[in-house]
Design a protein around this ligand. Structure first.
Ligand code: SF4
Ligand code: SF4
Length: 331
C-alpha cells in the first residue's frame, strides 16, 4: 500500500511523534507491514519539482494512491480562498490539492486532531478558518463534507490525538494495508476503535487514588488529578495508559492531567487545562457511564473510607506511607 503524507496547518508534532515509534528500524517496520511511503515531507529525499510531479500524477490518476495522510488542519481562509496556505511552487492552495487528491485516494486518513477536527489551529477566533478534513470540532462537514467517502467506501479515518500516538498511526496503516479495517472498526467519530474503545482512565497508575477520591492538590502530587487538576481521563477515548508512550509514559504518569486531546473541541475547554470546573464543589465532568447521583454517593462514601496511606500519599510527591506488611492468608 502506498502512502502520501502532506502537512497542512499544524505544528508538525504528529510527524515528530511518528518518529518515536517503538521499533528499532522504522523503515523496515513499514516494509514488513506492506507500506511504501510515496512521500513524506520530513522522511523523503525528494523535493521541489520531483514532488510536484508526483502530486500531479496522483491528482490526475496516473499514480494510484492507496492512502492519503493529512497532518494539520485545513486552512480555508481568507474568505474561502485557502490562500493562507499555498503549496510552495504550485500557486495552488493546499485545500485544493487535498480535495483533488482525496477524490483519487483509496483511503483518506486524518493524522492528529488538527486534521480530524481542526484542533489547536482552529482555536480562538480562528482567523485562518481552519477545520478538519471531515469535521469542524464535533460537527460533521469540514473540508470534504459529511458525505465524503474515499474510493474504499470509508469516511476519513480520524487518528485523533495531539500529537497522535505513533502506534495508532502505524497500526491503522498496517490494518489498511492488510485490507482489515472496515467501517465496523471505526467509532461514531470515525476513530479506529482499537484505541478509541478504551478510556484514558483505564490503566492509570492513579486508579487507587481515584477509587478513594484521594486527590492531588498540586502538580507534583501522586493523587488522582480529576477532582482539582483538570483530568478528563474518565471521559476520554484513548488507550494512552495501556499503550504507553515511548514504551513507558503517559500524561497522567508524567503528572499532567488528561486534557482530552483525542476529543473534538479539546482545544477550548472553557477553563484552564489544569483546573477542574465545579458546581457546588462537585466536578462538572463526571465519568460518562455513571449516573451523577451514584457518583456523588460513592465519592462521599469512599472519601470517608480512605485509608490513611492513600490519603497521605495523594498529596505528596513520593510514597510517604508504605503499604502495611500484614498476613491476610489470601489464597
Ligand atoms: S494534532 Fe497537535 S501535534 Fe499534531 S499537528 Fe496538530 S497541533 Fe501539532
Ligand atoms: S488521574 Fe485521571 S485518568 Fe488517572 S485515575 Fe484520576 S481521573 Fe482517572
Amino acid at each position: 500500500m502506498n502512502v502520501l503524507w502532506l502537512q497542512a496547518g499544524g505544528c508538525g508534532g504528529c510527524s515528530m511523534s511518528l518518529l518515536c515509534a517503538d521499533t528499532p528500524d522504522f523503515h523496515a517496520h513499514l516494509r514488513a507491514a506492506g507500506i511504501e511511503l510515496l512521500w513524506h515531507p520530513s522522511l523523503s529525499l525528494a523535493s521541489g519539482s520531483e514532488v510536484l510531479e508526483l502530486l500531479q500524477r496522483c491528482a490526475d490518476g496516473r499514480q494510484p494512491l492507496d492512502a492519503l495522510c493529512i497532518e494539520g488542519s485545513l486552512l480555508r481562509g481568507p474568505n474561502g480562498t485557502g490562500r493562507f496556505h499555498v503549496l510552495a511552487g504550485t500557486g495552488v492552495p493546499m485545500i485544493d490539492w487535498v480535495r483533488r487528491l482525496a477524490a483519487r485516494a483509496r483511503h483518506v486518513v486524518a493524522v492528529g486532531s488538527c486534521a480530524a477536527w481542526g484542533g489547536v489551529t482552529a482555536a480562538g477566533d480562528n482567523p485562518t478558518d481552519a477545520c478538519g478534513l471531515q469535521y469542524e470540532d464535533e460537527r460533521p462537514g469540514g473540508l470534504l463534507g459529511a458525505e465524503f467517502r474515499s474510493a474504499s467506501g470509508l469516511p476519513v479515518i480520524n487518528i485523533a490525538g495531539c500529537p497522535t500516538h505513533p502506534s495508532w498511526v502505524l497500526d491503522t496503516l498496517a490494518a489498511l494495508a492488510a485490507d482489515e479495517l472496515t467501517a465496523a472498526d471505526l467509532d461514531t467519530l470515525a476513530r479506529p476503535r482499537f484505541y478509541a474503545d478504551q478510556l484514558v482512565h483505564h490503566g492509570c497508575t492513579r486508579n487507587e487514588y481515584y477509587e478513594f477520591k484521594a486527590s492531588a492538590e498540586k502538580p507534583s502530587d501522586l493523587g488522582c488529578l480529576m477532582e482539582h487538576m483538570g483530568c478528563k481521563g474518565t471521559q476520554v477515548h484513548a488507550d494512552c495508559n495501556i499503550r504507553l508512550w515511548n514504551g513507558e509514559g503517559s500524561c497522567t504518569r508524567g503528572g499532567y492531567a488528561c486534557i482530552a486531546c483525542t476529543e473534538p473541541g479539546f482545544q477550548e475547554p472553557g477553563h484552564a487545562f489544569d483546573q477542574t470546573p465545579k458546581f457546588a464543589g462537585i466536578p462538572i465532568g463526571l465519568p460518562t457511564d455513571m449516573p451523577k447521583a451514584w457518583f456523588i454517593a460513592l465519592a462521599s462514601l469512599s472519601k470517608s473510607a480512605t485509608p490513611k496511606r492513600v490519603r497521605d500519599n495523594a498529596v505528596a510527591d513520593h510514597l510517604v506511607q508504605k503499604p502495611a506488611l500484614r498476613r491476610t492468608r489470601t489464597k
